[in-house]
Design a protein around this ligand. Structure first.
Ligand SMILES: [Zn+2]
Length: 67
């Protein structure tokens, strides 16, 4: 067990530049849009939250602004 708190992250895909959710305790996340395997820690993190709910709202907001 680790003491590191699980964080829900809103990250940007390095290949297609779309936004997606990731969990900080995971090392990688596969982009659902282009299939690229992203290394968490090597991608741009736009927001982080302790709850999935909040991260989802941030993601929705970003997508809305994206058009
Ligand atoms: Zn992608």
């Amino acid at each position: 067990m680790t003491d590191a708190k699980k964080q829900y992250l809103v990250i940007e895909c390095a290949r297609c530049n779309r936004f997606l959710l990731a969990v900080s305790t995971n090392e990688t996340r596969t982009c659902p849009y282009c299939g690229k395997r992203l290394r968490i820690g090597h991608v741009r993190i736009l927001a982080s939250s302790e709850t999935a709910e909040e991260a989802r709202l941030v993601l929705q907001d970003l997508k809305a602004r994206e058009g």
